[in-house]
Design a binder for this molecule. Structure first.
Ligand code: ZN
Length: 489
């Protein structure tokens, strides 16, 4: 397979030609959701970014093993390894089992991702199902001397690691800067340094989620799950690790340190990060009151939303921006995306009706190539979509008789356009059942208007015939002073 894809590697800070370790297999690991709340726009952006990568790699002919985890344990309220477990806390507040909370939001996550046409990963491991692997990885790091046990907890020794390796390599953070920026230890602390991070935490008496380990009854630190599960399913060295830019530090930096400490080498060949969403130029956050869940997008019930939005509109809106740029949400931008998507989908329909001519009046090969090259260039979807709009314009011109397409071009363009739109970009035309429903509503309305006209013309035979035929089909028609009403009996 000729390597054609170039991706921006956050580690090297440049675009690199993508060459997998064991072609045609590609190992892809993406940090998935923490399941203690409703999925929101940020979840959608990360999921759509890596869904596009998954789809495009498969389109190029690779066989992708895509692992995306579910964090259902060990995510504490603060990055400083303190506070309550977020799922445990929610469970206490709502009087549910922690696994009930995790399941509830995992179901919601799947529901909304399916609606966004995000493909399910090949493997979706849960942190709570891999406690043994996390204990083993922690033990290995201890054996290599890069961690210490303190009060039943195990901490990664960043300073010791720094003597042999480079902590901060991915994020560009400097250990001295971290030392001055993090809170001073107060003597009560179990850590040697404030920037050390937990591999295992002893559970406080009120903590519900706990497991046995060689060190204490407790639970794994947040970062170790991804090192343990990626190694289990993709091996100690694999191709691509993805996630949101907010995970760059400390999460991904800690993952790198853990892998190097345990195995003596970095696990990941290419690091990819999607950028964040802003809302009217502001960061999205619960405290800012601009936090919009995907459920709220579907219903339109949020003060910041002018209307409900179809999940495909959200998907298209996200694809219209490059994944490494910040993306600003506004009603205007989503409404524009809604119109743009409708134009592309209409062109896909029109394409089926075109009749070929002697020759093509435009160079379609060039447009198709530009589209492919844009995707090869670090998944540049805005440019690819701009080319698809050009092609749509051409399709409409042919349909209106202002341009022509050759039989050969038409035979190539039709499947290519569909593949790009539906398989690679993962867009979906309106659900067929909804569409049929709308058409039938229109037909019924037309029939009842004709019946009304017949009645007004005193043609009672016709009006009764329509009423009786509809009644036989289960449609009850009621006459009103100002027209009619119908309902299904
Ligand atoms: Zn992770």
């Amino acid at each position: 397979m000729e390597p054609s894809l170039r991706i921006y590697n956050t580690m090297s800070r440049k675009k690199e030609v993508f060459e997998p370790l064991n072609p045609p297999l590609v190992g892809l690991y993406v940090c998935g959701p923490t399941v203690y709340g409703e999925p929101h726009l940020g979840h959608a952006r990360s999921a759509i970014t890596f869904d596009l990568l998954f789809r495009y790699l498969r389109h190029l002919g690779y066989k992708v093993r895509y692992v995306r985890n579910i964090t259902d344990v060990g995510h504490l309220e603060s990055d400083a390894d303190e506070g309550d477990d977020k799922i445990g806390k929610k469970a206490r507040l709502e009087q549910l089992e922690p696994m009930e909370v995790a399941q509830l939001y995992q179901n919601s996550y799947h529901f909304h991702m399916d609606a966004l046409n995000v493909l399910r990963p090949s493997i979706e491991p849960k942190a709570s199902g891999h406690i043994q692997e996390q204990i083993e990885k922690t033990q290995r790091i201890l054996d290599k001397g890069y961690a210490y046990v303190s009060g039943g907890s195990v901490y990664f020794d960043v300073e010791r690691y720094q003597q042999d390796h480079h902590y901060g390599k991915l994020s560009g953070r400097d250990i001295d800067e971290l030392r001055s920026n993090t809170r001073q230890l107060d003597g009560q602390d179990l850590k040697r340094n404030s920037f050390d991070f937990a591999l295992w935490k002893q559970a406080a008496p009120e903590h519900i989620m706990r497991w046995n380990s060689p060190w204490s009854q407790g639970f794994p630190g947040w970062h170790i799950e991804c090192s343990a599960m990626s190694a289990k399913y993709l091996g100690e060295r694999f191709d691509i690790h993805g996630g949101g830019l907010d995970l760059l530090f400390p999460h991904h930096e800690c993952e790198i340190a853990q892998s190097v400490a345990a195995n003596g080498q970095e696990a990941v060949r290419y690091w990819m990060h999607n950028n964040m969403i802003t809302i009217n130029g502001q960061k999205m956050g619960k405290s800012l009151g601009n936090f919009i869940t995907l459920e709220q997008f579907a219903t339109g019930e949020h003060p910041a939303l002018a209307q409900a939005y179809d999940p495909m509109t959200i998907r298209f809106f996200m694809l219209q921006a490059h994944y490494r740029s910040t993306l600003d949400f506004s009603n205007e931008a989503l409404q524009a995306a809604e119109k743009g998507l409708a134009r592309l989908l209409a062109a896909a329909q029109t394409l089926r009706k075109l009749r070929p001519a002697e020759r093509s009046s435009q160079d379609l090969q060039a447009l198709r190539l530009a589209c492919q090259q844009a995707l090869d260039d670090d998944l540049n979807t805005p440019i690819a979509i701009a080319n698809l709009f050009e092609i749509s314009k051409f399709i409409n011109s042919v349909h209106n008789g202002q341009a022509t397409i050759s039989a050969e071009d038409l035979a190539e363009l039709a499947p290519w356009f569909d593949t790009l739109l539906f398989e690679v970009l993962g867009l979906r035309a309106e659900n067929a059942a909804d569409h049929k429903g709308k058409v039938l509503d229109g037909v019924l309305d037309l029939l009842l208007r004709l019946r009304l006209e017949a009645k007004q013309n005193r043609d009672f035979a016709t009006s009764d015939r329509i009423r009786d035929a509809l009644a036989a089909l289960g449609v009850q028609v009621k006459d009103r002073k100002d027209g009619f009403e119908w309902e299904l009996s």
